[in-house]
Write a protein that binds this ligand. Structure first.
Ligand code: PMP
Ligand code: GLN
Length: 387
């Protein structure tokens, strides 16, 4: 029997991403795509124009420096200070990456040994699972449960083993839309300090919050030295295809992450790095307008989903809403999402693919609301025909 196609054992089970699969299904069926999270409008003109200008300048199209262009590193450091009160040295404490994805991959690859345990909350963003496995590490999870997606601090403490080196946190959280509260972050920080863990925190939705305040865990006592803070420009500036991300951490941690990063992409996105630097310096009004607009879209889709009879767990951030399909007589999210485009012309994502304990997520489905109002309205009209 032929040995191809082959993928190594660490990648078994991670052959495809559900977000890409659902987008492909939406394209095939002409469905409204509320599956993969990407906006259907462009980001701010200043940022788009800055990318065009950088390409045309003729000086930004070759390899940027390995750690990222100085302009962007300085803009990231200013941004962390302006919004979160963090003091970050742009030369030794910032690393520019190919999106948050590469920052996460490089951090996990650089900071774990084969056989180490990596702790995270479930549901977990799919990339964490794949990269933890590629690193030869072992995922351990603590479940976040609706309606508020809280967790039990004792369960968290009990999930730490002598082999746990990293805790991967995501707030605001995909897919639940949860924004971890200060008390919850303090509980996580206290476990991290007590058990000497490094926290890798994915804050790509840092500006997309509606209720609740985003608090970077690195700002909590005892955390600055043990936290790798990750974000990117994709969500904040509605340019998910640009893939410009960053890591902020103490110099030793940045050096470790850079060691892995340089062998992944080496560098990427020269002209886009210039443009994201422009974005990060936009006035507070831009960031506020962005969140306000998304809040209105959340309210619209949330009300629309409720009107179909779905039980909805209102998100405080991100651009996703989770609903429990048992409320409309279904219980298998995978089957529901595979059939939905054919049935009514809407695509969504089954949350269960982001769970280890599948019974916790079998009946949960995620809908993205980062779409124009009339698109959301049409999706709601179609969803109403379900019941
Ligand atoms: N983390 C989370 C929680 C995400 O939802 C995404 C999705 N885009 C990423 C990381 C990846 O970000 P980027 O596109 O900047 O690589
Ligand atoms: N982060 C996006 C989502 O959760 C998808 C990005 C991807 O497809 N990898 O929908």
């Amino acid at each position: 029997m032929a040995r191809l196609p082959y993928v190594n054992s660490r990648l078994q089970g991670y052959q495809s991403t559900i977000f890409a699969e659902m987008s492909a299904l939406a394209v095939r069926t002409g469905a409204i795509n509320l599956g993969q999270g990407f906006p259907d409008t462009d980001g701010p003109t200043e940022v788009l124009e800055a990318a065009v200008a950088a390409i045309r300048s003729g000086t930004a199209n070759q390899y940027p420096p390995g750690i990222g262009i100085a302009e962007l590193r300085h803009a990231v450091a200013r941004h962390q200070g302006r919004f979160w009160g963090m003091e970050v040295d742009p030369d030794s404490e910032v690393l520019i990456t190919a999106g948050a994805s590469e920052a996460l991959a490089a951090s996990i690859l650089a900071l774990t040994e084969v056989g180490d345990d990596v702790l995270t909350f479930e549901p977990w963003y799919d990339l964490y699972g794949a990269v933890i496995s590629m690193a030869g590490a072992v995922r351990k999870v603590v479940t976040l449960r609706p309606p508020d997606y809280g967790f039990d601090p004792d369960e968290l403490a009990a999930a730490v083993t002598p082999r746990t080196r990293l805790l991967v946190l995501n707030s605001p959280h995909n897919p639940t839309g949860k924004v971890f509260s200060r008390a919850e972050l303090e509980a996580i920080a206290s476990v991290a300090v007590e058990r000497d863990l490094i926290v890798v925190t994915d804050e790509v939705y840092e500006h997309l919050t509606f209720d609740g305040e985003h608090i970077p865990i690195a700002t909590l006592p005892g955390m600055a030295d043990r936290t790798v803070t990750i974000s990117s420009g994709g969500k904040t500036f509605a340019v998910t295809g640009w893939k410009i991300g960053w890591v902020c951490a103490r110099p030793e941690l940045v050096a470790a992450v850079r060691t892995a990063k340089q062998w992944l992409t080496y560098v990427s996105g020269g002209p886009f790095q210039h443009a994201i630097a422009v974005g990060l310096d936009l006035g507070d009004d831009y960031f506020k307008a962005q969140a306000d607009e998304l809040r209105a879209k959340r309210d619209r889709l949330s009300a629309g989903l409720c009107s179909t009879g779905l039980e909805v767990f209102e998100p405080s951030g991100t651009y996703f809403i989770t609903a429990d399909i048992r409320s409309i007589g279904h219980d298998d999210g995978v089957e529901f999402c595979w059939n939905l485009p054919e049935r009514i012309g809407v695509a969504a994502v089954p949350n269960v693919v982001m769970y280890d304990n599948v019974d916790e997520g079998r009946h949960l489905v995620r809908f993205a609301f980062c779409k124009q109002h009339d698109v959301l309205d049409e999706a709601i009209t179609r969803l109403r025909t379900l019941t």
